[in-house]
Design a protein around this ligand. Structure first.
Ligand code: FMN
Length: 191
C-alpha cells in the first residue's frame, strides 16, 4: 500500500476480532512510530502496552466507574462541554476500548507542549504503519482522564511524571472497514 493510499483509507476501527496481536508486531509498530519527526529530535515519547481483551475490559469497567462515580470529580476536572459529552456517551453505553485485543498508550512528559505535538505525530505514524500491516487502530481519548489519575498511573507501573496523551487500540479488523466520515471543506488562508 503506498503512503497516499494509506492516508486516505485509514479509519478509526471499532470492531475487532478476538485474535491477539503478538509482541513482535507491537514492537515493530513502536519501531515505526519512532520514525516520526520530533522537535530538536528530542524523541520525548514513551509507550505502554496493554495486552488482552479481558485486561482492557477490566480497565474499561474501572474507567467507566471513575467517570460516573458519585462525587463526579473526574467529570468536573474536564471542560463543561467535554464533561457533558463524555457523560452522555458513557450513560448510553458507548464502549471505551471496543473489545480490542491490545492497546498502546502514547506517553509524553507533562507540561511540555512540544512533546505533546511530537507524541501525537508518533501516534499517527503508528496508526498508519498498523494500517499498512493490515491491522486496525482507533485513537481513544475517552480513557485519558482515568489513566492520568496518579493512582491509575501507579497501578499500571508508569512513572508519575508522564501523561497518557492518547490510547491507540490495535487489532485485527472484524467486519467491513467503515467508510470515511465526511470531511468539511477546510478553511485555508493563502497568505
Ligand atoms: C484525539 C482523538 C481522540 C479520539 N477519541 C476517541 C474515543 O475516545 N473513542 C472513539 O471511538 N474514537 C475516538 N476517536 C476517533 C475519532 O472519532 C475518529 O478519528 C473520527 O471520527 C474520524 O474518523 P476516521 O478516523 O475513521 O477518519 C478519537 C480521535 C482522536 C484524533
Amino acid at each position: 500500500m503506498d503512503v497516499l493510499q494509506a492516508i486516505r483509507s485509514r479509519r478509526a476501527i471499532r470492531s475487532y476480532s478476538s485474535e491477539p496481536v503478538d509482541k513482535k508486531t507491537i514492537s515493530d509498530l513502536i519501531d515505526l512510530a519512532i520514525c516520526a519527526p520530533s522537535a530538536l529530535n528530542r524523541q520525548p515519547w514513551s509507550f505502554a502496552v496493554i495486552e488482552g481483551r479481558e485486561r482492557l475490559a477490566d480497565l474499561e469497567t474501572a474507567a467507566r466507574a471513575a467517570w460516573l462515580d458519585e462525587d463526579g470529580a473526574l467529570l468536573a476536572s474536564q471542560p463543561p462541554e467535554v464533561a457533558e459529552h463524555v457523560r452522555g456517551l458513557l450513560q448510553a453505553g458507548f464502549p471505551i476500548f471496543h473489545e480490542a485485543p491490545a492497546a498502546i498508550l502514547m506517553l509524553a512528559p507533562r507540561d511540555d507542549t512540544t512533546a505533546l505535538i511530537d507524541t501525537a505525530l508518533a501516534a499517527q505514524t503508528l496508526m498508519l504503519a498498523a494500517h499498512g500491516m493490515g491491522l486496525g487502530t482507533c485513537p481513544v481519548a475517552l480513557s485519558g482522564a482515568y489513566f492520568n489519575v496518579p493512582a491509575t498511573l501507579a497501578d499500571l507501573g508508569l512513572p508519575a511524571d508522564v501523561q497518557v496523551l492518547l490510547t491507540v487500540l490495535i487489532g485485527n479488523v472484524a467486519g467491513p472497514r467503515p467508510d470515511m466520515p465526511a470531511r468539511r471543506e477546510p478553511t485555508v488562508y493563502w497568505c
